[in-house]
Design a protein around this ligand. Structure first.
Ligand SMILES: C[S@@+](CC[C@H](N)C(=O)[O-])C[C@H]1O[C@@H](n2cnc3c(N)ncnc32)[C@H](O)[C@@H]1O
Length: 265
């Protein structure tokens, strides 16, 4: 893909998620903007004038977690998993959420790491960042910082992060090797990745994946399981695992991905 094509695709993604953020902010239906998912999904429930989709977003979190959060943070949840169930956060840790959206995973992480820890959210979309800041204020979170930027060029210094989480975002990147390299750079030695993302069965070609759903819907840009594993290993990670959890399209799955940065090179 040429640089111009990559920029155009990233702008298409940004516009799509700006619309999703505004749908929550303005309390209009998200079904016209949709989110991760190949087709307009089934509607599970409806609250505050904004509909929640079954199999994606807030339905993947425990009631106890949802109840701790501002309604708009719950309604803005557009992921395909629950990375907090994966990351096993501890008191005092520094967490970074790649593509933090309305902030649901950042706010939940902030509670887990406590006042001696810190939770960063990184997103490229102004409308999402505004929604996340509003949710942070409503939640009264003091150990949270939202950063504007691209996950391919993380605006943080090297070796300062204990845990990287992300929920259905890396598939949207037009330069996944850069995301993996940057994740490795900002993690401390021994730091870990615990993310959820869409992956494809190894036999599906890029054309097969594109047939199954849109790039902005988190399907066409998904890596295969072996591409994900190799990409993380090539960036220097060890103990890489990709564990499919539920199918989101024919031969395509939401998955839990774990990896560790070695303690020494
Ligand atoms: C599917 S939503 C997921 C949001 C959030 N993780 C959640 O679970 O609700 C994707 C988010 O990633 C952001 N995003 C997509 N590509 C990005 C990139 N290359 N750099 C930074 N943010 C990106 C979008 O702006 C959007 O907020």
């Amino acid at each position: 893909m040429s640089d111009d094509d990559q920029l155009a695709l990233r702008e298409h993604v940004r516009q799509r998620y700006a619309a999703s953020a505004l749908a929550v902010t303005n309390k209009t239906s998200t079904t016209t903007t949709s989110c991760c998912g190949s087709e307009p999904p089934a509607i599970n429930s409806c609250c505050g004038g904004v509909e929640i989709e079954e199999g994606f977003g807030a339905t993947l979190y425990d009631d106890e977690d949802r109840e701790q959060l501002p309604t708009e943070a719950v309604l803005a949840s557009l992921g395909c998993g629950n990375p907090l169930a994966v990351a096993d956060l501890g008191e005092g840790e520094t967490v970074l959420d790649l593509g933090s959206g309305g902030g649901i995973d950042v706010l939940l992480s902030a509670r887990r790491v406590g006042p001696t820890g810190k939770a960063y959210g990184l997103d490229m979309t102004d409308e999402m960042l505004a929604l996340a800041e509003s949710n942070k204020a409503k939640a009264g979170a003091t150990n949270v910082e939202f950063l504007k930027g691209n996950i391919e060029q993380i605006p943080l210094p090297a070796a300062g992060v204990d845990v990287i989480i992300s929920n259905c975002v890396i598939n949207l990147s037009t330069d996944k090797p850069a995301v993996f390299a940057e994740a490795n750079r900002v993690l401390k030695p021994g730091g870990r990745i615990g993310v959820t993302d869409v992956v494809a069965d190894n036999h599906l070609t890029p054309a097969d994946r594109a047939e199954r759903g849109a790039y902005v819907g988190c399907i066409a840009g998904a890596l295969s399981i072996s591409e994900y594993t190799d990409g993380l290993r090539n960036a220097g990670f060890i103990d890489v695992t990709v564990e499919p959890t539920h199918q989101v399209a024919d031969g395509m799955h939401s998955a839990i991905i774990r990896a560790t940065k070695p303690t020494s090179d």
